[in-house]
Design a protein around this ligand. Structure first.
Ligand SMILES: Cc1cc2nc3c(=O)[nH]c(=O)nc-3n(C[C@H](O)[C@H](O)[C@H](O)COP(=O)(O)OP(=O)(O)OC[C@H]3O[C@@H](n4cnc5c(N)ncnc54)[C@H](O)[C@@H]3O)c2cc1C
Length: 545
């Protein structure tokens, strides 16, 4: 018989958001995939989306984050071993990501739309755990840089694109698959890599590197692209875990970073001591070589931040749909509907821009417009998508009230993860300065940008006015460096507006133009003006299992 004192009947709490198709439930992503040329991947995306939304994989993501990797520097006899031990959940996540080609499918199967298909997979799978997507992203991004050395690429590309994940410590030649890391940042300078002090001394067919790296994520990778000072200047090197003579290359892991988020991913400090490396590209052209890699990881920063926003919207709309307060479901109360719609609009804009950028990666070699557009779009989209994610995650968390603040909820993880994409691969200011550099050195990229946003000309007067204002802003060179953030932000919202006006439902485009282009909203989320069809926007955003 139930105790008369029992108080533990749980009512008015939403069911957990599991058992759904993360891709299928995301209308903005589904539509973008088809629009940007990857309709052929829809079945694969549903398959991965169902995994991502399953209780099993959501739980694996939680476990990988909760059980941080541990460093073992020495064995019991005092020999260096430099091993990072991960929780089994991390390896399962990696194995699944690799099996679905997130780490390299577009290089093995270069059909049109391959980067878009992969981008959509990243957005879906990142919603399980963002941390392990770091090594996945670096592996994907390493290939175009390695292609500067055809012999190296011939040897490593098949491993880096293999669908087999093998985390064992054997030499790569004995393994079916391999992963890649990147080490540029040093203590005295991260953004300013010219300050790198790691030295590369020519030695026979290769080089010997001595120095340190202050951030090196995924130190268990099979190889790394690194920058070091060679006699001819800062250069890019391929540094495998095992040197060609079969010996373990000295890559001494000093410690793992204790990070705000991104916890399933081990980020380390390493020391190099006569470590073997092969030159990639020419001596003195290290930045130009590794920038091929950085361009792709910047795409992934935008994808990761778009994923964080979509996940936040899914959780917030789900909670507000199932939770009642003051006699009505939260999502039917005007002020909460405004918040949810505003979050959904931001998420749609981020997804549309990130997938548009992925198409430019797909078509860069076939189409001059896309190649020029890529140069300026990559930093513009990276900057703004990453900049919006932390604010967005905080607001999505608040939609769940106290339940959003407790660690059993996925929201704290999202919140902690949300600033990372803005920091790495070029922090905000550095990215904005890169946009100015692109405008100065590659004016054709600005022409391509205008041509792109011009496709929406005349569709919405508020967008037309924003385009005109941006044009004035760009021709004014006075204090342009000081104004760089403002300029890049405007470029991003004009691009997003042009995409939404052309492709999104009218309610979404209208809300975006009113709030982001015409200034008819406040500074916090949830300040869309009256007249916007918030109910339609929220309905579209709500995930349905
Ligand atoms: C979790 C994590 C993992 C990482 N993993 C890796 C990795 O695997 N490999 C790797 O190489 N690096 C990695 N990094 C390092 C990351 O790329 C750097 O932290 C980043 O590039 C910034 O460099 P920094 O930390 O030296 O900061 P700084 O270069 O000192 O910059 C500090 C601030 O100053 C700003 N700034 C810099 N120059 C200017 C300027 N001219 N004008 C105005 N503002 C400026 C920057 O935007 C930034 O906000 C990782 C970082 C994190 C947080």
């Amino acid at each position: 018989m139930a105790s008369p004192f029992a108080t533990h009947a749980v009512t008015n709490q939403p069911p957990p958001l599991t058992g759904y198709d993360v891709f299928g439930a995301d209308a903005a992503l589904r539509e973008a995939v088809v629009r940007e040329g990857a309709a052929w991947a829809v079945d694969e995306l549903h398959e991965l989306g169902r995994l991502a939304g399953s209780e099993e994989w959501q739980e694996e993501g939680r476990r990988a984050e909760a059980n941080r990797p541990e460093l073992r520097t020495h064995d019991r006899y005092g020999h260096r071993i430099d091993l990072v031990e991960y929780h089994p959940a991390y390896h399962r996540l990696m194995e699944t990501a690799v099996a679905h080609g997130l780490h390299g499918a577009p290089w093995a199967d270069e059909r049109p739309g391959a980067h878009v298909a992969r981008a959509a997979k990243v957005i879906a799978w990142y919603q399980v755990d963002g941390g392990h997507v770091c090594p996945i992203s670096m592996t994907y991004s390493s290939v175009p840089a390695l292609r500067h050395e055809p012999a190296l690429a011939a040897e490593w590309e098949p491993r880096l694109t293999s669908r087999a994940y093998d985390p064992s410590n054997r030499p790569a030649a004995e393994k079916a698959g391999a992963t890649c890391g990147m080490a540029m940042t040093e203590k005295q300078g991260g953004s300013d890599v010219r300050a790198n002090t790691t030295v590369a001394r020519p030695d026979g067919d290769g080089y010997r590197l001595t120095g340190h790296k202050w951030f090196c994520s995924a130190p268990m990778s099979d190889g790394f692209l690194m920058l070091a000072q060679a006699p001819g200047g800062l250069s890019c090197f391929w540094v495998p875990r095992y040197a060609p003579d079969g010996a373990r290359n000295p890559i001494h892991i000093q410690r793992l970073k204790d990070k705000l988020g991104d916890r399933s991913n081990a980020s380390s400090e390493i020391e190099l001591l006569d470590t073997w490396g092969a030159l990639v590209g020419e001596e003195g052209r290290g930045v130009r070589t590794i920038i091929e890699m950085v361009g792709h990881t910047r795409l992934d920063c935008a994808l990761g931040s778009a994923a964080i926003m979509r996940h936040g919207v899914a959780q917030a709309t789900w909670h507000a749909h199932h939770r009642q307060a003051f006699g009505a479901p939260l999502d039917q109360q005007p002020l909460m509907a405004n918040v949810l719609a505003d979050l959904a609009v931001e998420s749609e804009a981020a997804t549309a821009a990130a997938l548009r950028l992925a198409r430019a990666f797909d078509e860069r070699d076939r189409d001059e417009h896309e190649s020029a557009l890529l140069r300026v779009l990559t930093p513009v989209v990276k900057y703004w998508t990453c900049k919006r994610a932390p604010q967005h995650a905080a607001e999505a968390l608040e939609c769940l009230g106290g339940a959003g603040y407790v660690e059993e909820s996925p929201l704290p993880r999202l919140y902690r993860q949300s600033p990372v994409n803005g920091v790495w691969e070029g922090s905000g200011n550095v990215i904005c300065l890169d946009v100015l550099r692109a405008m100065a050195r590659a004016p054709e990229s600005v022409d391509a940008y205008w041509a792109e946003v011009g496709l929406a000309a005349g569709a919405d007067a508020r967008l037309d006015a924003a385009v005109e204002a941006l044009g004035k802003e760009l021709t004014d060179l006075d204090s342009i460096e000081l104004r760089a953030r403002r300029i890049v932000e405007q470029m991003a919202v004009v691009l997003q507006g042009s995409l939404l006006v052309r492709h999104a439902p009218a309610a979404v485009a209208d809300a975006f133009c009113a709030s982001r282009l015409a200034g008819e909203s406040g500074r916090a989320f949830g300040t869309l003006p009256a007249g916007v069809d918030v109910a339609a926007i929220v309905k579209r955003a709500l995930p349905t299992p």
